[in-house]
Design a protein around this ligand. Structure first.
Ligand code: 5AD
Ligand code: SF4
Length: 514
């Protein structure tokens, strides 16, 4: 589908959506662009082939749009959002805008939002509250909301009703239309709403302004088809679309040539990489093997889904080299019954078996995870199964969350007999375990020599340098600023729960570096 056809189809969505809500016909407020989202449409998974475009360029009439203007983007949520911000920064730069570090200096402010839990959304509405007086003071300031929240009709409706001062809303599938959307917002007195409920094609050569020149994110796929019952992502990010291997390899090669030391491959469910290719049989394992040949010290990926984590990938990761020995493998729950209602499509036993295979192939592997507590009707026994699984796997750390109902997802319609008090108590117990095991994992490093990628000054102390090991442990140590961006060896002197203190050393051949 080309751009014109897609826009026409979006107009159809607009007409349908508006027609199905006669009591609230927001379109009457709009003379210009009004394409609202629909979670119902976002749920559909069509058979149409994804088109790949390599011909992105700023249309001539928008060149220079940003001359003398400044932009600021505030990013919420995951690495995918951080990376989308880098792309939008690239587009702003090509339009001639200047980047600034604060809302006060900016002529355009974008909130790149996250919809994964209610508290993420509350933060954004809080920020909109702060922006309102600024907009009243400076009516020329453009305020935009983009990212995952924009894909939800309840959010768009709330902004339309309560935050009329917002100038533009656009979603995750059309960030490449930023020039057109900005232009429309300058021209129009109305709020510009352009959200595509159906995912877009893959657009390859979008400009990027990367944050830093040491570590880089590289998208390998977009979207998610897993539809775990609690998760909004398959609706906000659309169907799974993999980037072609040659485009990914080329991007990583270029990053290596520019001196980047670490690449994190991004996707909502990276283990499904390649499943959508019809012409080639090429999986994440195959991709990792290709990337392992590139001269760049570290390659990671996030996030994995245990269901699609196959033997081929394990075999390739076991060769290590530049493929790091740290795997983030979200388990969500240790109870097979809860996993079933979450529609995770694996059981506790399957997960443990996968862990056993990974550990057999990569004995020094570090595993970390994501866990949701207080899923609807989770019993004490089911929660205890999460605790025992955590210990049995020996995770080194975890992101832990209380279940947050997301409108439009199946779990949000489930009755829930667990009180918030119980959920909070479970989270506390789990976090105590996570901290205890994180501390134990860190203590093992005392006396060892680790390879650290030096990222800069420590946030808390400018006299100290900070960087991360291959297993993503934060290390603080004293050293000259000239080594920022380099890999150095550090002997660990003191372990804390979330960081290690060490001393930089020259190594001789005898010392094992981990
Ligand atoms: N409530 C709480 N946590 C959630 N996550 C995803 N959806 C929800 C939700 N509705 C968590 C999962 C996922 C991580 C990115 O966020 O653990 O792996
Ligand atoms: Fe959400 Fe991850 Fe499940 Fe996809 S695999 S639905 S992103 S939790």
């Amino acid at each position: 589908m080309n751009e014109k056809q897609r826009l026409e189809s979006q107009q159809t969505i607009k007409a349908d959506t508006v027609a199905s809500k006669p009591e609230k016909d927001y379109s009457k407020y709009f003379q210009s662009v009004y394409t609202p989202p629909s979670l119902k449409d976002a749920k559909k998974r069509g058979k149409e082939e994804v088109e790949y475009h390599k011909d992105f360029e700023i249309p001539e009439q928008f060149q220079g749009l940003g001359k003398g203007r400044k932009y600021y983007i505030r990013t919420y949520g995951c690495q995918m959002n951080e990376h989308d911000t880098e792309v939008m920064a690239g587009i702003f730069m090509e339009l001639g805008y200047e980047a600034v570090d604060s809302v006060d200096e900016a002529d355009v402010v974008l909130l790149n939002t996250c919809a994964i839990r209610e508290n993420a959304e509350n933060k954004v509405f809080g920020e909109l509250g702060h922006l309102k007086p600024l907009k009243l003071e400076r009516p020329d300031l453009l305020i935009g909301v983009c990212g995952c929240m924009s894909q939800e009709e309840s959010v768009v409706n709330r902004i339309l009703e309560k935050h009329q001062f917002v100038d533009m809303i656009f979603g995750t599938h059309n960030i490449h239309r930023l020039p057109q959307i900005l232009n429309e917002a300058y021209m129009s007195k109305e709020m510009v709403v352009e959200v595509w409920s159906k995912e877009g094609d893959v657009i390859e050569n979008l400009p990027k302004v990367r944050r830093g020149n040491i570590k880089a994110w590289v998208n390998i796929m977009y979207g998610c088809d897993k539809f775990c019952t609690y998760c909004i992502v398959p609706y906000t990010r659309g169907k799974e679309r993999s980037r072609r291997p040659e485009d990914i390899v080329q991007e990583v090669r270029q990053l290596a040539a520019h001196g980047y030391k670490e690449v994190t491959l991004l996707g909502q469910n990276v283990n499904a990489y390649g499943k959508d290719f019809e012409d080639i049989d090429f999986t994440l394992g195959d991709l990792m093997e290709e990337l392992s040949k590139i001269d760049i010290p570290r390659i990671r990926f996030t996030t994995s889904h245990p269901r699609d984590f196959d033997d081929r990938l394990i075999e390739v990761l076991a060769k290590q080299g530049n493929l790091v020995d740290h795997i983030h493998l979200p388990v969500q729950s240790g109870s097979s019954d809860i996993l079933k209602i979450m529609a995770r499509k694996y059981s506790r036993e399957h997960y443990l078996e996968l862990v056993r295979k990974i550990k057999a192939a990569i004995p020094n592997v570090t595993l970390t995870t994501d866990i949701i507590v207080g899923f609807p009707n989770e019993t004490d026994e089911q929660f205890e199964e999460t605790m025992t699984l955590y210990k049995e796997v020996g995770f080194e750390t975890a992101y832990t969350f209380i279940y947050s109902p997301r409108e439009g997802t199946p779990a949000a319609r489930m009755k829930d007999n667990v009180s918030m008090e119980v959920k909070k108590a479970r989270l506390q117990r789990l976090n105590d375990l996570v901290n205890e095991m994180a501390r134990e994992a860190m203590e093992k490093y005392e006396g060892q020599v680790v390879e650290v990628l030096v990222e800069g000054e420590s946030k808390n102390n400018p006299d100290v340098l900070a960087g991360y090991t291959r297993k993503n442990k934060l290390v603080n140590f004293k050293g000259p600023k000239s080594i920022i961006g380099q890999l150095v060896n550090v002997k660990i002197i003191n372990a804390k729960t979330w960081s290690l203190d060490g001393e930089m050393i020259e190594i001789d051949e005898q010392v094992e570096v981990v």
